[in-house]
Design a protein around this ligand. Structure first.
Ligand code: SAM
Length: 272
């Protein structure tokens, strides 16, 4: 693991500890422990039939969506994340929810070996995932290697165009270039995590990479997958800019007066 990912790991360990003891309601912990689902309306409407499927959830964080997929009818669920604190929390939630799930600590780039070269019906990746990864082409190869023939990827994440803007004085200010070279990531410093938790982060630095949609699509095609759909959405599940308005449960849109830009995107892709 290089220095960029090591820095991100420290930041994510901090966040995982805060999120596992979340009192803001952002993570829907009680709902999942009661056998319910933390999936938002958007991914629940797009993921398709998961009944009886073997699912691997990459960058599963504290495992609540992973457990939700099992509660929604998956045959088996496996979550993978590089944060040991996130994985420990996920296992703890699985035990409390009495839900069968496997959680594996590994970098996405080591997923195939860490999962014993097992293959799955669905690779599930959502909200705040691929911009932590320097190389989207290597990521797509990992996704492809985890899918059995006929299997599919469901990806839903923040739109790279959205991440180019910062909110400055009530306006969207075009700040970052549309693509980030692997060797020159964007550096951000945040004192607090995004849930509204007042407890500060100890490790506040993090590195991110913007991947144009064309790179993500081409990476998946190059890795041997076929594209089932590519959707762009005007909603997010967090208040990314101060002027955003809540239009549903944990669903946010740009308020009146803001030009509309795509805030998130989703991809379905299949392995022939
Ligand atoms: C915003 S969270 C994803 C949230 C997730 N959608 C969920 O179900 O809660 C991002 C996660 O990516 C993980 N992560 C970041 N870089 C990673 C890497 N290289 N390999 C594995 N996990 C990584 C972090 O530890 C963190 O748990």
């Amino acid at each position: 693991m290089d220095d960029y990912l090591r820095t991100n790991l420290l930041n994510w360990d901090d966040r995982a500890a805060l999120h596992a003891t979340d009192t803001t309601g952002s993570y829907r912990i009680d709902r999942v422990l009661a056998g319910g689902s933390s999936l938002h309306a958007l991914e629940a409407s797009e993921i398709g039939d998961i009944t009886g499927k073997d699912i691997v959830h990459l960058q599963c964080h504290i495992g609540l969506d992973t457990l939700s997929l099992k509660h929604l009818g998956a045959r088996s669920v496996t979550g993978l994340d590089f944060s040991p604190i996130a994985i420990t929390a996920a296992r703890d939630f699985a035990e409390k929810a009495v839900t069968e799930a496997t959680f594996v600590e590994a970098s996405v780039y080591d997923a195939a070996a860490a999962l014993g070269h097992r293959t799955y019906d669905i690779v599930f990746v959502t909200w705040g995932a691929i911009h932590w990864l320097p190389d989207i082409f290597r990521w797509a190869e990992v996704v492809s290697s985890l899918l059995r023939p006929g299997g599919r990827l469901y990806l839903l994440d923040g739109h790279p165009q959205m991440y180019q803007y910062e909110g400055v004085d009530g306006r969207l200010s075009l700040t970052h270039s549309w693509r980030t070279p692997a060797h020159a990531p964007l550096l951000f410093t945040e004192t607090h995590t995004y849930t509204g938790d007042e407890r500060p982060l100890t490790h506040q630095r993090m590195y991110e990479w913007l991947h144009p949609i064309s790179h993500t699509v081409n990476a998946l095609l190059k890795a041997g997958l076929t594209l089932d759909f590519l959707n762009e959405h005007e909603i997010l599940t967090w208040r990314h800019y101060p002027g955003m308005i809540e239009t549903g449960e944990d669903q946010f849109e740009l308020g009146p007066g803001y030009p509309r830009i795509p805030l998130s995107f989703s991809i379905g892709a299949s392995k022939p």
